[in-house]
Design a protein around this ligand. Structure first.
Ligand SMILES: Nc1ncnc2c1ncn2[C@@H]1O[C@H](COP(=O)(O)OP(=O)(O)OP(=O)(O)O)[C@@H](O)[C@H]1O
Ligand SMILES: [Mg+2]
Length: 234
């Protein structure tokens, strides 16, 4: 499973309102404006959300008590950017979801975003596996890696899936430090999943990352069941 952080992401009503205002300012009737894509535009926050999610997790429902508590906390901390505007996810707590392969961590992470959108707050979010993120951030001709790192680091809500699954190196440690440090400093809600125990994360990503994670995240343990195999066996 690969979750790419370049996929279209959730927009919500705020964005649709902005588009309507821009069209009105240009005297363009929204009804006659050409549709930019072949697919019909998503028209509700939940549909927009689904469009930005990998198909496997589009119907994911978060039901882990700690994940539900996190959703409530993040929704409560949401703030309106200006008077009358919809409240948006801003600062908030983070989760470190740890468990064996197939335990349901990614399912809970996407389900948590769905719950947040259902709660009525605006959510700008991204999801990436750590391995995909490193691949995208590798310096290469034509790519602005610094800009990409800044965008991921500043995104109001970020899923970092499979932290610790990529091969360790000094470069991986440094990029992860810069990402986590930024989110730590600005208290940006981050959902992290990992197969590693905390001591192994420390060995993999260094003390500076693991120390910040220890403070900024609540650890969520999953039952030691691989739901993929369990399902096949049933
Ligand atoms: N609560 C749930 N209800 C129904 N299906 C679930 C639930 N949790 C997980 N699943 C399904 O179980 C499978 C494994 O879940 P998921 O991919 O979230 O595991 P994971 O912990 O992220 O595994 P990995 O560490 O390998 O990434 C998926 O097919 C997912 O859709
Ligand atoms: Mg996963």
């Amino acid at each position: 499973m690969r979750t790419r952080h370049r996929e279209p992401q959730t927009l919500g009503e705020g964005t649709l309102d902005r588009v309507a205002r821009i069209l009105a300012a240009r005297n363009i009737d929204p009804a006659t404006a050409a549709a930019p894509a072949q697919e019909p535009e998503p028209f509700s926050p939940l549909e927009a959300l689904s469009a930005g999610m990998p198909p496997r997790y589009r119907a994911a429902v978060a039901d882990h008590p700690q994940v539900l508590a996190w959703v409530r906390d993040v929704a409560k901390a949401a703030v309106a950017p200006n008077q009358g505007a919809r409240r948006q996810v801003a600062a908030g707590p983070s989760l470190l979801m740890a468990g064996v392969v197939g335990a349901g961590k990614t399912h809970q992470a996407y389900g948590a975003i769905r719950k947040l959108v259902q709660s009525g707050v605006g959510v700008r979010w991204r999801a990436t596996t750590a391995a995909d993120l490193y691949a995208d951030l590798r310096p290469r001709p034509g790519a602005d890696s610094e800009r990409e790192l800044a965008a991921v680091s500043r995104c109001p809500l970020l899923i970092i899936d499979d932290l610790g699954a990529a091969k360790a190196s000094e470069w991986v440690e440094e990029v992860t430090y810069r990402l986590i440090n930024r989110r730590y400093n600005y208290e940006l809600p981050t959902l992290i999943t990992t197969n590693l125990a905390i001591r192994d994360l420390r060995a993999h990503l260094g003390d500076r990352v693991s120390s910040r994670l220890a403070q900024m995240t609540t650890r969520v343990e999953f039952e030691q069941v691989d739901r993929r195999r369990h399902r096949l066996a049933a």
